[in-house]
Ligand binder design. Sequence first.
Ligand code: PSV
Ligand code: MN
Length: 399
Amino acid sequence: MTSVQLRRAREALDSFAVETPSWGFADTGTRFGKFFQDAAAIDLSDKLADAGHVHALTGCCPTVAVHVLWDFKPGEDPKAVARLARKHGVKIGAINPNLFQDQSYKWGSFGNADPAVRARAIQHCVDSIAIGRAVGSEYLSLWFADGTNYPGQESIRDRKARFEEALRACHKQLGPKQKMLIEYKPFEPAFYATDIADWGMALLLAKKAGPRAKVLVDTGHHYSAQNIEQIVAWLLDEDMLGGFHFNDRRYADDDLTLGSIDPYQVFRIFHEIHFFAADRGRRPKIAYMIDQCHNEKPKIEATIQTVVMAQELYAKAALVDHAALRRAQAKNNVVDAELILKRAFFTDVAPALAAWRRAQKLPLDPLAEHRRRGYAKIAAADRVRRRKELGLKRGGGFA
Ligand code: PSV
Ligand code: MN
């Protein structure tokens, strides 16, 4: 790397943080079953401890997304949760209401024809907003399983109208420092018409909800051939990109580690963000978050692997020579334009990462250090013993 490249990559790393999900440290599975891990977190304290450990090793995961239903006991004091997070060296990040597991949501939450169910779903979001305010979280992160399975099942337009109304009602409750992120997904669990199926629908709903509503792009929530970086560029240009849920996929919402299938796609997404930042002279405020549940890989290892990959690809994308790219574009020099991206992608940014970690007094190889410390072994011994003492049967959680 040249000294200019080194500086650019290090500056990019200084500005980059990615949030870990509490649910990524607990037992999860597929709809067909679960394979348990001894080291899986039992409770929120374990999840925050694991997240704190990841942050201590990587220096770039200061916040943890929580899922209200899975992480907060009824009546729990959110301030106590914030203190617990601090004890583990992290802060509470995005608050995720759960609008899909209760039996009352069989026909949807915000899209439900029954006003009583909609009111219940809205109240859960209002409670989640209050939790967010109490813990100092900036984001309310909304994902809906709502939709229909068969043609003719319901009026698609009526459901849209109910969503508009409910999102507006929630937006009114946001504090001045809070934002609402609206996530989309083309299918699953609904198989005919998911109510918020793509970025255009999320964008329209966010615009109607109010000025603090933005779109959340979950990289796993797209059809196979979709050009995600183009969506990102459009949302950036509209000032409507709120955040990401990172994961990789081969077929659908596979929850694979970021960049395990297509690292170049992640690079291209980051390139659009750096390119936008260079043009505007400011880095856009984006909530980078991980949304992965690992069933085969050890959960903490997979999380560290994801974080390191995200840093690497973010740093690589920062190396694109924007002035040269603009020149090539102006001349319709397609070959050079493409090569400028490729050159950055194939640059080894290990020296920049090493220099950055050294400066932050972080381990040079977070994964190796995690293994060296035997964290998972110690956690497994403790958690196996506590599960026995508590008489816990394994199950529940999220598939
Ligand atoms: C389900 O697809 C999902 O993975 C969504 O992406 C949400 O963000 C996440 O669950 C947590 O609710
Ligand atoms: Mn997601």
